[in-house]
Write a protein that binds this ligand. Structure first.
Ligand code: ADP
Length: 448
């Protein structure tokens, strides 16, 4: 089946979509007459319709070959002349099919309208109107042929000749109404399609603008964080030096020592915020900066758990591995991935009360690896679930548990996971716990 379709690069073109429709049309032209003949007893010439179906399939195959050649040679301008040519050839085939199956008496006449609509949606206005005018001329020619050569078009429905007495003026009215309908259909379809195309362009421009704004925001964030880093280091070391000096002095008022301690704690907090801001802007602006290596997920998880064991023990939290598939590898910037998963485990320990439980599982989910970090902690209010991945967002219940926190951790985790072609989701129940699930593409055997 794949061979009968144009390759991916051309698939978005109207041409390729026409090719797809045409396979269905060829099958319908082959099957429908058989059903109508044996189901409804219509005297359809099955040999003639089968030849047309075969011709349609052969023409379609030619288009596929031509498109592939064009793709191979990079001759995309050939596509331009193939568009109207295809639409016209289809119209001629429809006219021949109509002629051998009852002419204008055949309800298949409606398909001209369908053809004009599809042409209006996929192609330019000029092509659509040309097709509509050709369709009118073909139907007029068909009527003329039947008038001049009575019986040339078989009367498969047994309705009698279209040139019977009194039929002529009726035929003229039908032709006038049909022509009007085709032209109005072309006009309306082109108008709607053009409006949609304009809207599509507007949305593409807006998306590009948003992407540029996002990039500018990341650059600004990086610049501000970077500029804050050196003064902060200087402040922290001055505070440290002042404390060391004061420790050697006697009779230093407690208030002074306390103020220095608080200033130091605040500058540490600020330094943590700056470090996270730098990390977030680095991950966003240079998603593929670090090299990727094939890593066994279970080893990464074990390393992270060992790293957090002490913090968990301090709160008597049972930290362990749940269900585990030991065979899963991922292609990762290991440092970043460790940071992301470590952040989830760190949060789970932080937001779980004493004697709680934190469990990490590594599972397989089709082509993806699934890492689940589940805790029995304070949970996240339902209305905050979507917001927790936004920068600086902290739930009210989390702020009560831990006043210190930047609200940047999960934004960094999400960025890292998405940089690895994965996604993250969270489920939580207040007072019962939270479960963060990360999906990452598995390394396929061929990539290893
Ligand atoms: P921080 O932990 O510094 O506040 P994060 O970005 O890591 O920032 O987390 C954002 C918010 O998501 C937290 O403030 C908290 O409200 C919520 N959160 C994250 N992980 C958990 C968890 N395991 N249990 C409950 N709440 C959590």
């Amino acid at each position: 089946m794949d061979r009968l379709l144009p390759r991916a690069r051309f698939l978005h073109l109207p041409l390729a979509r026409f090719i797809l429709f045409r396979w269905f049309a060829a099958s319908a032209v082959l099957i429908a007459p058989v059903v109508l003949r044996f189901g409804l007893g219509l005297q359809i010439n099955l040999v003639a319709t089968s030849i047309i179906a075969g011709g349609l399939a052969a023409i379609n195959l030619t288009y596929v070959v031509l498109l592939r050649r064009m793709e191979a040679t990079g001759w995309s301008s050939g596509v331009r002349w193939m568009e109207p040519l295809q639409a016209l050839v289809d119209l001629i085939i429809l006219t021949v099919l109509l002629f051998i199956t009852g002419g204008v008496r055949n309800p298949l006449l409606m398909f001209y309208v369908f053809h004009v609509i599809v042409t209006g949606i996929l192609f330019k206005r000029i092509i659509c109107f040309s097709i509509a005018v050709c369709a009118i001329l073909f139907v007029v020619a068909e009527c003329a042929a039947e008038v001049l050569l009575p019986g040339a078009s078989p009367d498969i429905f047994g309705l009698g000749s279209i040139v019977a007495p009194g039929h002529f003026s009726y035929l003229l009215c039908i032709l006038a109404a049909f022509s009007m309908m085709l032209l109005v259909t072309a006009l309306l379809t082109c108008d709607i399609a053009e409006r949609l195309r304009r809207e599509e362009k507007r949305l593409a421009a807006a998306t590009e603008h948003l992407t540029k704004l996002e990039e500018a925001k990341s650059r600004l964030l990086y610049f501000v964080a970077h500029e804050m880093k050196s003064p902060l280091v200087a402040i922290t070391s001055c505070l440290q030096a002042a404390r060391s000096l004061l420790e050697k002095q006697e009779n230093v008022p407690d208030a002074v020592t306390d103020m220095l301690r608080r200033a130091r704690a605040r500058s540490d907090q600020m330094a943590a915020l700056v470090a996270e801001l730098l990390e977030l802007s680095r991950q966003r602006s240079m998603p593929n900066a670090a090299p990727r290596h094939c890593a066994a997920l279970i080893s990464l998880v074990q390393y992270i758990l060992d790293d957090h064991r002490e913090a968990a023990e301090k709160k008597h939290i049972a930290l362990g591995v749940g269900e585990c598939d030991t065979e899963i590898d991922v292609l990762a910037d290991c440092e970043s991935l460790q940071r992301a998963l470590g952040n989830l485990v760190g949060n789970a320990i932080e937001y779980t009360p004493e004697s709680g439980k934190v469990e990490v599982s590594v599972l397989s989910d089709g082509d993806m690896a699934k890492i689940v970090v589940a805790d029995s902690g304070i949970g996240i209010p339902e209305e905050d679930l979507d917001a927790v991945f936004q920068e600086f967002y902290r739930s009210a219940n989390a702020r009560k548990v831990s006043r210190i926190g930047t609200g940047l951790g999960l934004a960094i985790v999400k960025t890292i996971v998405e940089n690895h072609g994965g996604r993250i989701a969270v489920e939580s129940k207040i007072g019962e716990g939270s479960t963060f699930t990360v999906w990452l593409p598995k390394v396929k055997a061929a990539q290893q």
